[in-house]
Write a protein of this length. Sequence first.
Length: 367
Amino acid sequence: MRMKTNLTAAALALFLAACAHNPSDSIPLAAQGSFTVGGGYVTHPGTFKQENFIAPDGQRAYGDFAYVKYQTPANAKPLPLIFQHGGAQSSRTWESTVDGREGFDTLFLRKGYSVYLLDQPRSGKSNLSTQAVTPDTPWASNPMYGDKTLWLLSRMGHFDASGKPVANAQFPEGEAAYQAFQQAWTIGSGPLDNDLNADVLAQLVGKTDGAILVTHSMGGTIGWRAALRSDKVKAIVAWEPGGTPFIFPENEMPKITKARFEALSGAAMGVPMTEFLKLIRIPIVLYYGDYIKVGSENVGEDKWGTELAMAKQFVETINRHGGDATLVHLPEIGIQGNSHFLMGEKNNQQLADLMAAWLKEKGLDKK
């Protein structure tokens, strides 16, 4: 028996629209691959001898590079997106979500952008370092006892009376999602050096004809500093920048809003005015999620309240000097329930569309 199907034009249009966003649909690619950028080596004293071939004498230790994976869709837009992860993370931040949906990498490929995902020096697939880990290197050893610390600082949710994690509104629920979130962390293999990270990111940008930086968390300062090093940075999209210093003119330092645990307070660093003014050449947008409140008893909410206060001063300073910076606090535009890892939450398609709309508004989808 044959089934007869009648589709109106409207129904067919809806069907095709749904298919256009179906993760099972293929994305035609013009190119893809991986490479490393930056890096160096140090040489151990002595002379290498085959008789003692495992000794370090006379041998080099390579490291301090970034691993980069790229994909270019067919008929790509001119400006690629370069995704910079945050602290104790890797390029996995931007890939598939903890519940198996498409991440920002694929979502923006579908929107026609080339995407470059990097693991910054001494992290993830770039875990070779020319320097040994120091006692103050964060999250630099295994076992990495920190699941509750990282859950709270990231504002993912809280724990019930039995110690079971309870996710916030936009983070996927369940033990499988919690485990996937905890398995995304990576230990540092050498001292955290954000000037090194910015140098390498600027080198990557230099391999393009111009690029848009997309940063997260502690990667925010790396993006600001890379823009000081390369005029090929054409825009910066910063998702919840913080944990590392914002950039200000050295003679216009901001007010510090102190967190209950003072070491978690939003921070700033000063640079010469001539350097700071490089940030006014490009459009910048900062996005912050929900559950942010100075003075909250929740350590993560309080910490990110101080970061948001610093971000507001950063944006005001850029604009006062003639720049184009925007801060978007998502609850204020009706988008609620997001934690610190917005790009992997249940509404990440909505957030990707929001970012894409900003790129279009600034003409960055055409240049």
